[in-house]
Design a protein around this ligand. Sequence first.
Ligand SMILES: Cc1ncc(COP(=O)(O)O)c(C=O)c1O
Length: 408
Amino acid sequence: MTTASSPLVFTPSANIAQLRESATIAASARAKALKAQGKPIIDLGVGEPDFDTPLFIRDAAKLALDQGATRYTATEGILPLREQVARHANRLRAPHLPPVMANEVVVGAGTKQALFNACFALFGPGDDVLIPVPAWTSYFEMVALARANPVSVMGRRADNLLVDADQLAKAATERTTGLMLNSPCNPTAAVYDRARFTEILQLAHERGWWVISDEIYRRLAYDFPAASAFEVAPSRERLVVVDGVAKSYAMTGWRIGWAIAPRPVAHAMASFQSHTTSNPATVSQHAAVAALARDDEAEPAIAAMVTEFRKRRDACLAILADGNAPPVVHPAVAFYLFLDVAGAADGPDGAGMAFAARLLEEQHVATVGGAAFGAPDWLRMSTAAPLADVTEGLRRIIALWRAGRAGQ
Ligand SMILES: Cc1ncc(COP(=O)(O)O)c(C=O)c1O
């Protein structure tokens, strides 16, 4: 029995014993706590658009609530939403691929759940899963929670930290069964061009690997349209494409994402979800239908966000062009900058974490250290904040970087 004098000693189960808290969420919680203490924090740690969900989507949700969208739905999501997801996928799909059907779509509580469902359904003990690095922090944990082995493949510095098919082929073993792709990439904001994306998917096809392609930032590219796996994959047989409304439609809090997978995989993911969360929030599904169905209203809203993010990106690149500033991966997509802070700070989790900690405590700027993404020398800053905050935050980063380098 636990009493006030004998606090509970909790040993996590083997399921989560190795689990680390999401570093991006932890960084954001720390910034929020400092803000609550009255500190003037510039928050460049967040990974969500600083825009409101477009009004037509909010209105659709209100209407749906008034019309009774308050009950459970099918686990895999309401049919109109799955049809819209399929419609969008089919607009991208290369002619040699079979059409995407609504019964190949499973809607979850965010892209995060869709990714977790896919990892759990596809991977297990003994499987190696290749993860091009830097990578979104949750991929490593999701693969490990599925009791498979995440294998990091580091992108080349001279190549915007992207990997190529040769590197993946070299990293593969006979145990390799899967590949997690994320183009455009969080944290680097780099994008695989069509040729390289095609080569990578061709290699995966030849080797019989499952590919999970997380395309959540695809609509937010600045310079050239980011390709979807549906445009370049040789086959859909072992392909799971994951996307959601969070980033493109400024709908992070609504928690709607989906996986598009061959029918037996979709069925397995839905069965799994039926025992975890059941359907994602009903009202959010209706909001997502409006977002996906009403192109005439959604497209200008997306374009306006991308224009604003591009303005901030360009302002940052102008500041960084000064010369005496940290190297940056060319940001081809909203809304991250990935900066090399090697030599400007030092700590057990690498330069990036040490730099981020100093930056927050001394300069009141929240960012995320690169170790969270498998790249310890780097720092991720977000541009999802007002222009003045973004440029001021970057100036403080540069000042600390210069001081750190001078002090080494
Ligand atoms: C690469 C990547 N995938 C998935 C997600 C999760 O998105 P959602 O909010 O739809 O769960 C994020 C969120 O930051 C992300 O950066």
